[in-house]
Design a protein around this ligand. Structure first.
Ligand code: APR
Ligand code: PHB
Length: 389
């Protein structure tokens, strides 16, 4: 088989790139290790920056997102019983959209399938060959059969555990990582959200987040120990802990119900450099991970796709490879700033096992400064809605 761009990974990054390129007449094949249902079964983030929503519309898949997504023009930050709002609209003139990753991934799959996109599921043993040469190719197996795809470029959209990043030799690749001494336990429940805005809550017992997907689907998180497992937490234990970590007026109003999903994610910051090696380009989680505080994971994937899409378009339409040559530098410049925001917001709101009384006072002062200082709120809001591409 031959294609112009071979895309490894059928998560949001790979599907969005494939759909955008398809609309410009650029041919792609997407290779996905799992099934469509498996990918759609993963519950991930749900806050979209304007840059992401613009890309979805440009890809021709914005209709359901625009009809069903909820605009959020601010968020609540709580500290014990205290709380204040940060307005996005007032400080940036824009907002974010609440629309789950599961839904937008479904929209992308539907569009790719309706438009005859070439998606191959259940691929095994994907290998990228000659990425540094003029004629790269990708080999893989499905049901024991060997396949080969020749292409101009390879897009590594295969997430943190994929093969693309590993293809770049260690003599070239440099990785930067920070592990946090806690995880997030997340619960999805068919209950109305406790509040119409998200609540990021500092508490003595650890961080909590109240989020949502729609009017009858709530997403809640609590900071937990890295040694915890989801089965250690009954629904009752989760709800009772969440209530102890949010201001009592929300705790009293919280509607609880059976969890329909419960999972734990460790928190990590990770960046690999460079994001391009010859004809291989890394995008999304394949190149970087952020802790979820601030909802930047999916949105950094979107900015990568934006830069790569424009670089590929420039190449195929004008024979100009300037955009592709600048890809790694441009993508990383934005990624590092999203890493910085996710890291500072995580530090601001979580309890660390080794925190001293001094550290706690600093955290308190930081939160107080954010509450009382317009410039600090503007900085927070600008980062939250997403820095410009
Ligand atoms: N071959 C083919 N596919 C692979 C391979 C492989 N060797 N390894 C992984 N994959 C697939 C995974 O099964 C997954 O469906 O690549 C896909 C990567 O998808 P994601 O992990 O979702 O990464 P990405 O598309 O970059 O999405 C960005 O933002 O909110 C965050 O982590 C969240 O998933 C989200 C991410
Ligand atoms: C979510 O709704 O899953 C969510 C929202 C905001 C975050 C992280 C996760 O910062």
């Amino acid at each position: 088989m031959r294609t112009q761009v071979c895309i490894i990974g059928g998560g949001p990054s790979g599907l969005l790139l494939s759909q955008l390129l398809h609309r410009k007449g650029i041919d792609t094949i997407v290779l996905e290790r799992k099934t469509r249902d498996y990918v759609l079964g993963r519950i991930r983030a749900g806050i979209l920056e304007v840059g992401f929503t613009d890309l979805m519309r440009e890809a021709g898949v914005g209709a359901r997102m625009d009809a069903e997504g909820f605009k959020h023009d601010g968020t609540v930050i709580a500290y014990g019983e205290e709380e204040f709002g940060v307005s996005f609209h007032e400080h940036t003139g824009t907002d974010v959209l609440v629309y789950g990753q599961t839904e937008l991934t479904r929209d992308l799959y539907d569009a790719r399938e309706a438009e005859g996109g070439n998606l191959v599921f259940n691929v095994e043993n994907v290998k990228i060959h000659d990425a540094k040469g003029a004629a790269p190719y990708v080999t893989y197996q499905v049901d024991g059969g060997e396949h080969r795809i020749d292409c101009d470029y390879v897009a590594g959209c295969d997430g943190f555990h994929g093969v693309s990043r590993q293809t770049i030799p260690l003599t070239v690749r440099r990785e930067y990582e920070k592990l946090y001494p806690f995880g997030w336990l997340g619960v999805l429940s068919e209950t109305p959200p406790v509040h119409d805005e998200l609540i990021y809550s500092w508490s003595e017992r650890g961080f909590a987040l109240c989020s949502m997907r729609n009017a009858n689907l709530s997403r809640y998180y609590i900071q937990c120990s890295l040694s915890d497992a989801p089965q250690d937490w009954s629904d009752e234990a989760f709800w009772s802990e969440l209530k102890r970590r949010i201001p009592s007026r929300y705790a009293d109003a919280l509607v609880t119900g059976p969890s329909i999903e419960k999972s734990i994610a460790p928190l990590r910051s990770f960046v690999t450099e460079p994001m391009r090696w010859g004809r291989l380009f890394l995008c999304g989680d394949a190149a970087h991970i952020v802790p979820p505080t601030g909802a930047k994971g999916l949105n950094t994937a979107a900015s990568d796709i934006h830069y790569l899409y424009h670089g590929l378009m420039q190449f195929y339409q004008d024979g100009d490879s300037t955009g592709l040559d600048a890809y790694s530098e441009k993508a990383l410049a934005r990624v590092w700033k999203a890493e910085r925001f996710s890291w500072t917001t995580t530090n601001l709101l979580h309890r660390y096992p080794d925190q001293s009384e001094f550290d706690l006072k600093m955290q308190r002062a930081d939160i107080d400064f954010l509450r009382s200082n317009v410039a600090a709120q503007k900085v927070f809001a600008e980062n939250y809605v997403g820095l410009p591409y």
